[in-house]
Ligand binder design. Structure first.
Ligand code: ADP
Ligand code: ASP
Ligand code: MG
Length: 412
């Protein structure tokens, strides 16, 4: 008898009918002889609805109260799913993050899991019950409810799989696996049979919403056998694993993109030893997450520094820079909103020079202007006008031959 963690996302539990469908999937697994821990998200778009209710009251809700509010969404689903299983004669117990022993750092709205007391779940499993755990939430050592960041139910599932030493963790969602890029945006996107932890981590961090980045981090660190598959269609999904098979070893394996990027330029800062560190430690101290950084030394005395941020942080970043203007000694700030980031990812880049050049050429042939660039061993990211984003993804998908991946559609 094995132990399986199954996670069902918002769309998969979006109605009473779908919750009953999930109950049937769980029952199939139980009938196969496995013990099951189920992690669920809030129903449909209910987390978004809760966010919008809060914004009807205040523009600046406290993070503590937001966590209190958003964590209710998952609690609705766990109880309904437990009832659906009980109705069919199966013993099931619903558990909030706290009841499941999920402890986090004391950081509201984007907490990291710090400790998992597995006995709280294993006790129920030993009694023959199906444990149904609320995703996306935990509790601090001071008994404060926290959430793990949007999309964080994936992380709950993988963390439980790691902590309980499960045989596998299946993420059931509204697509049939991880695709070469978002199949809702590029219709030529192809499902990958497998992808490495490192590539998946880059894609997730660069905007591929199919998996929460910290879920992939956990899976890699604890070597969790992780699969993404459909909750609605019986089809093999995508395995996320350490190494992927040679025949699929493409140079570029996937494309990710995100909008709401803003570029900020801090102009004419003194070009001295501590200038850069002062600027970025000031931003970090104010919780401003900086992405790509470019420095242009215009002459020996002055330098211009540009960096990208999420557009949501623009007003806050400008305030922080203005407040510290005299200490940082810059002359002027310029910024450009309405940008996006398009990235290519693939482990094959390590041993194939020229991939970045090829990417830039494809974009320039289309008249798409690149405003910023950053690279790692296995990715190249470009910042472009938002209006060029979808076109850029489409032409890059074609240029790197991603529509021609062979993925046999095998029934599970
Ligand atoms: P869930 O509610 O099940 O967690 P999400 O909406 O968080 O589902 O994630 C699934 C969505 O991720 C898909 O509907 C798809 O639009 C999006 N997505 C983005 N990039 C990819 C990709 N590379 N492969 C598959 N889906 C992707
Ligand atoms: N319900 C949360 C969200 O919508 C967590 C999740 O679905 O993973 O972000
Ligand atoms: Mg998700």
């Amino acid at each position: 008898m094995g132990l399986v963690v199954q996670k069902f996302g918002g769309t998969s539990v979006g109605s009473i009918e779908r919750i009953k469908n999930v109950a049937n999937r769980v029952i199939d697994t139980v009938q196969n002889g496995d013990k099951v821990v189920v992690v669920v998200s809030a129903m449909g778009k209910s987390t978004d609805q809760l966010v919008s209710m809060a914004s009807g009251i205040t523009k600046k809700p406290s993070n503590r109260e937001m966590d209190m509010l958003l964590s209710t969404g998952e609690q609705v689903t766990i109880s309904l799913l437990a009832m659906a299983l009980q109705e069919q004669g199966y013993e099931a117990v619903s558990l909030t993050g706290w009841q499941a022993g999920i402890y986090t750092e004391a950081c509201h709205s984007n907490a990291r899991i710090s400790n998992f007391q597995e006995k709280k779940i294993s006790k129920h499993l030993a009694e023959g019950k199906i444990a149904i755990v609320a995703g996306f939430q935990g509790v601090t050592n001071d008994n404060e409810i926290t959430t793990l960041g949007r999309g964080g139910s994936d992380t709950t599932a993988v963390a439980l799989a790691a902590g309980l030493n499960a045989d596998r963790c299946d993420i059931f969602t509204d697509v049939t696996g991880v695709f070469t890029t978002d199949p809702r945006v590029v219709k030529e996107a192809r499902k990958l049979n497998s992808i490495s932890y490192d590539e998946m981590l880059e894609l997730a961090n660069l905007g591929a919403g199919v998996l929460h980045p910290r879920a992939v981090e956990f899976a890699k660190n604890y070597q969790v056998k992780l699969t993404v598959r459909s909750s609605m269609v019986e089809e093999e999904g995508t395995m996320i694993e350490e190494e992927v098979s040679v025949e699929e070893n493409l140079v570029v394996r996937g494309l990710a993109f995100e909008s709401n990027v803003t570029k900020i330029s801090v102009c004419n800062m003194p070009n001295n030893l501590s200038g850069l560190s002062n600027l970025f430690t000031t931003l970090a101290a104010n919780n401003i997450n900086v992405d790509i950084i470019i420095q242009n030394v215009s002459d020996s005395e002055n330098t211009n520094i540009s960096f990208s941020i999420h557009s949501e942080k623009l007003a806050e970043t400008l305030d922080v820079l203005e407040e510290n203007k005299s200490e940082l000694q810059f002359e002027e700030i310029r910024y450009e909103t309405g940008l996006s980031k398009v990235s290519i990812v693939g482990s094959g880049m390590i041993s194939n020079p020229g991939v970045a050049g090829q990417m830039f050429k494809v974009l320039s042939d289309q008249g798409i202007f690149i405003k910023m660039v950053s690279t790692s061993e296995i990715k190249v990211s470009t910042v472009l006008d938002q209006s060029d984003m979808v076109k850029a993804v489409e032409v890059l998908h074609e240029a790197f031959d991603l529509s021609n991946i062979k993925t046999p559609q095998v029934n599970a």
